[in-house]
Design a binder for this molecule. Structure first.
Ligand code: MN
Length: 464
């Protein structure tokens, strides 16, 4: 074992020992799929050690949250965030806190587990759920059954986006395979292979967007018909996973051919095939059976302010909380669908350098970006310009979501950079940023027109 890796596993030991020695924990975890699954792993492990604990999730760790939980317990455990707050945590809790995180850290502390400090890529090779799993296993061999949650967390943070899990993730996966908790195969990686009827499988595909299929149900139904793919058997809608090997092959070749006919580049086609993870202990045909679908279920819970629901499902509930989670997932699908319908009906407006639409309060600000991205497949817009979506914030302001395409990025577009610049010009109240291909910001209602003008100029400049 390499020296650094040895140190990494020593740190895991240190943290497990610290947990063993103490009681009365307060667990604070992030609200996305990785945050929820890592929080659940830690809670389950504490439960099995007969430790008392309180647990709470937050969307983002703020100083107020840190102050708010002070006094609720004796030992504070931060999962999937905290690395950037070590100084503050020291000030509030002295030595009585543990951080398990994989984001960029500032400083270090005794009970701080972060792969980046050991030369391990926290963006690709392990997520908070993987770290939590290693700690849990160090606490008790029995916790090896939680490996599925580590895989779910990694998928939630898109650490499988290269087509497979690598590094420590791959090692955890091997273990999960050996214990028959997860099985791995190479297959079509589109989201919803198990839980969605075939037409919906295509309609809601947004990674990648399928030209003339994504967000266009009629076209998807026609596509299946033209290629003689059965969509029902015994009055039951079929999912991709229900198709036999021959029909699967037929489906994949038809889809690839369709993409090639729409000039989708080779690398993107290749990214559609890769590892898929089946959770063998989960019931067939449920969204818990596939790691990515499980992660989406958790994200849906978080998005609608119910990350507790997701955590309870992760911890094993398959009754009340699971039913509630299914309801939230259903609500999410309905919202996506009616959001798409709304935009298709209202139509998209156009400036010289981008498309845009204002959903006002008709689409939730938390999903308006997803819908904007899906429009590239719908036929409502071409892929020659980025798309900007507006929705109302809770505070009455405007949430701006921007989406582009790989091709535009190659030509120089950087949406995160552009939004940041525009916001700076609008004054300090507005803030913005994000990635090149997807970004967001908040502006005041009355700033919309000037924002559109400034944006048009800045996007143009980014190509030169
Ligand atoms: Mn994470």
């Amino acid at each position: 074992m390499e020296k650094k890796e040895k140190e990494f596993f020593n740190k895991i030991k240190t943290i497990a020992e610290e947990i063993k020695k103490n009681d009365n924990f307060v667990v604070l975890h992030h609200y996305d799929a990785d945050g929820v699954s890592s929080g659940a792993i830690i809670c389950k492990a504490l439960e099995r050690e007969n430790k008392k604990f309180k647990v709470k999730w937050v969307k983002q760790l703020y100083s107020e949250d840190i102050k708010e939980i002070k006094g609720l317990g004796k030992k504070y455990l931060f999962v999937d965030f905290g690395s950037n707050y070590l100084k503050e945590l020291k000030k509030e809790f002295g030595k009585n806190f543990i951080v398990i995180d994989h984001h960029q850290a500032s400083g270090n502390s005794e009970f701080h587990l972060n792969p980046l400090n050991f030369g391990i890529d926290g963006g690709k090779e392990i997520s908070a759920a993987g770290l939590a799993f290693l700690v849990a296993k160090e606490l008790n061999e029995k916790n090896s059954d939680l490996s599925a949650l580590a895989v779910i967390g990694a998928c939630g943070d898109m650490q499988d986006s290269g087509g497979q899990l690598t590094g420590l993730n791959a090692r955890i996966l091997k273990e999960a395979e050996k214990e028959k908790i997860v099985s791995v195969k190479n297959d079509l990686r589109l989201y919803g292979r198990i839980g969605r009827p075939l037409a919906q499988f295509l309609v809601y595909s947004n990674s990648p967007v399928l030209p003339e299929l994504t967000a266009n149900e009629e076209a998807c139904v026609q596509f299946l018909k033209n290629n003689h793919i059965p969509v029902k058997r015994n009055e039951q809608w079929l999912s991709y996973d229900d198709l036999g090997p021959d029909y699967k092959k037929k489906f994949v070749s038809a889809l690839i051919l369709h993409m090639q006919n729409h000039n989708v580049p080779e690398w993107k086609l290749q990214s559609m095939i890769g590892e898929v993870y089946t959770l063998e202990k989960e019931e067939r045909k449920t969204p818990l059976r596939d790691a990515k679908e499980f992660a989406t279920l958790l994200n849906a819970c978080g998005r609608y302010g119910e990350a507790d629901v997701g955590r309870n499902v992760c911890m094993g509930d398959r009754e009340k909380w699971y039913q509630k989670a299914l309801g939230l997932l259903q609500e999410h699908r309905i919202n996506l669908r009616s959001g798409i319908d709304f935009v298709m009906q209202r139509g998209v407006e156009e400036k010289e350098n981008f498309y845009f639409f204002d959903a006002e309060d008709k689409i939730k600000e938390s999903i308006v970006g997803i819908i904007a991205g899906m429009l590239y497949g719908s036929g409502a817009i071409q892929d020659n310009k980025p798309i900007i979506a507006f929705a109302r914030n809770e505070d009455g302001g405007i949430k701006v979501s921007a989406r582009g395409t790989q091709d535009l990025i190659r030509k120089g577009l950087n949406l995160g950079g552009v939004l940041k610049k525009v916001c700076l010009e609008l004054g300090e109240k507005s803030e913005g940023g994000g990635h090149k291909i997807a970004a967001g910001c908040r502006i005041d209602l009355e700033e919309k027109e000037i924002f559109l003008q400034k944006l048009d100029k800045k996007i143009k400049q980014s190509y030169t």
